[in-house]
Design a binder for this molecule. Structure first.
Ligand code: IPM
Ligand code: MN
Length: 359
């Protein structure tokens, strides 16, 4: 039996998480395995109930499950909070507490989505398929000293060789299953931590002679992502650069509403699965949010935490089927196209999924 810690979060989180939950239930039913959801609170929802964005018992329950699904957090009601009180602090604590240091963010534009991408079709060419591997539990998000003293504030970007090495290995291993190209992104012309990053990644590359490694500076990488996106296969980069570049890559895929993520740590420990998009309070509760990022995150959960790659592929295929039928939520609907609701998209995916799973 699989036990999943289920943290829907804030804003559109509960709506999209619900569609993902039903997708997982469809798989379990069709393939005859047992699935249990352990619901919990994170972000604003947790602040309202407990005063904290993430409580110790919730973190302990998350650690004890097979995998954790998390929706987006935050909203105007909690924007005035500072430091450890903020919704984001709960999320960072969850990532750190689960030690999920490798954040996988795939961004793909297949033929169905060429019209939704802001890029000219000739730039997309035969398609874009990028995997960003973002370091998630170190760097400027966590390193000390960090803090504010009146008119002065400090954040520290620090990495150890061991942190860089374990992340780089995830990137090279992933590249072996793909097009065997790794682009390591840093700011080695300025930052000392980036010079360490570049040295360590180059050293790790020696263990992967079958993978082509290139180094890029983060500013030119940001440019190349929009001018030559098809060039990229796997991007490995530190926490903050990965945060920024993954939003950029997400827009290439038409909308951040399409972008799933998997955060992995030590083998045998629970992975964390989250859509990359935010809580979108402006559209929350209206049933118009795109559930695809959440559904594709559930597919990654099946693949990486439950070892059900066959069902993961079926879910990904079912999303493509729903898109091929012409269904579009508002964020990916071209002008003049009538958008469908969150639920309609979710149920179309599940219909296609049931067919793929042979029911
Ligand atoms: C993300 C988000 C988070 C991050 C925020 C909400 C803390 O932007 O998952 O990309 O910066 O990692
Ligand atoms: Mn982000």
């Amino acid at each position: 039996m699989a036990r999943l810690c289920w943290l829907p979060g804030d804003g559109v989180g509960p709506e999209v998480a619900d569609e993902a939950q039903q997708v997982l239930a469809t798989c379990a039913q069709a393939r005859g395995w047992r699935l249990e959801f352990e619901p919990g609170l994170i972000g604003g929802a947790s602040i309202e109930a407990t005063g904290l964005p993430l409580t110790e018992p919730t973190l302990a329950r998350a650690r004890a499950c097979d995998a954790v699904f998390k929706g987006p957090v935050g909203g105007p009601a909690w924007d005035h909070l500072r430091g450890e009180q903020r919704c984001e602090a709960g999320l960072l604590r969850l990532r750190k507490g689960l030690e999920v240091f490798a954040n996988l963010r795939p961004a793909a534009v297949g033929p169905e989505l060429v019209a939704s991408s802001p890029l000219r079709p000739e730039l997309i060419g035969a398609g874009i398929d990028i995997l960003i591997v973002r370091e998630l539990t170190g760097g400027i998000y966590f390193a000390e000293p960090k803090g504010r003293d009146g008119d002065r504030a400090v954040d520290t970007m620090a990495y150890s060789a061991a942190e860089v090495e374990r992340l780089a290995r995830v990137g090279f291993e992933a590249a072996r299953l793909r097009r065997r190209r790794v682009t390591s992104v840093d700011k080695a012309n300025v930052l000392e931590s980036s010079r360490l990053w570049r040295d360590v990644v180059s050293r790790v590359a020696a263990d992967y002679p079958d993978v082509v490694l290139e180094h890029q500076l983060v500013d030119s990488c940001a440019m190349l992502l929009v001018t030559r996106p098809a060039h990229f296969d796997v991007i490995v980069t530190e926490n903050l650069f990965g945060d920024i570049l993954s939003d950029e890559a997400g827009v290439l895929a038409g909308s951040l509403g399409m972008l799933p993520s998997a955060s992995l740590g030590h083998p045998g420990r629970p992975g964390l699965y989250e859509p990359v998009h935010g809580a979108a309070p402006d559209i929350a509760g209206r049933g118009v949010a795109n559930p695809i990022a959440a559904i594709l995150s559930a597919a990654l959960l099946l693949r990486y935490s439950l070892g059900r790659s066959d069902e993961a592929r079926a879910v990904e295929g079912a999303v493509a089927d729903a898109l091929a039928l012409g269904l579009r939520t508002a964020d990916i609907a071209p002008a003049g196209h009538v958008p469908v609701s969150t639920q309609a998209m979710g149920s179309a995916v599940r219909t296609a999924l049931a067919a793929r799973l042979g029911r």
